[in-house]
Ligand binder design. Structure first.
Ligand SMILES: [Zn+2]
Length: 92
């Protein structure tokens, strides 16, 4: 696997685990609001979370997301993220 030398590593904001970028889910504070960035290419400040329910709960409930994104996350935005979580949970 000579092509995997430069795998970008990111840290989960909830459990602080370091993992390759593509193994984590990106949340982005884009001009349209805070949302799950499924493409990983949206512009804006990003935060990474493991695809593990526990980490999402920690990130949302302990306001870690607000800290990482340097802005408040509205109830509406949280609802959007929870919707994504439900989809994810079904696919696991
Ligand atoms: Zn985590």
């Amino acid at each position: 696997m000579s092509t995997s030398r430069h795998v970008p590593q990111r840290c989960c904001i909830a459990c602080r685990k370091i993992a390759p970028k593509q193994e984590l889910i990106r949340i982005v504070a884009s001009p349209e609001g805070v949302m799950v960035d499924e493409t990983g290419k949206k512009k804006g400040r990003g935060a990474y979370i493991c695809p593990v329910l526990e980490c999402w709960e920690t990130a949302l409930k302990k306001d870690k997301l607000n800290h990482s994104l340097h802005r408040g996350v509205t109830a509406e935005e949280k609802a959007g993220i929870c919707e994504y979580l439900e989809k994810m949970e079904r696919s696991i």
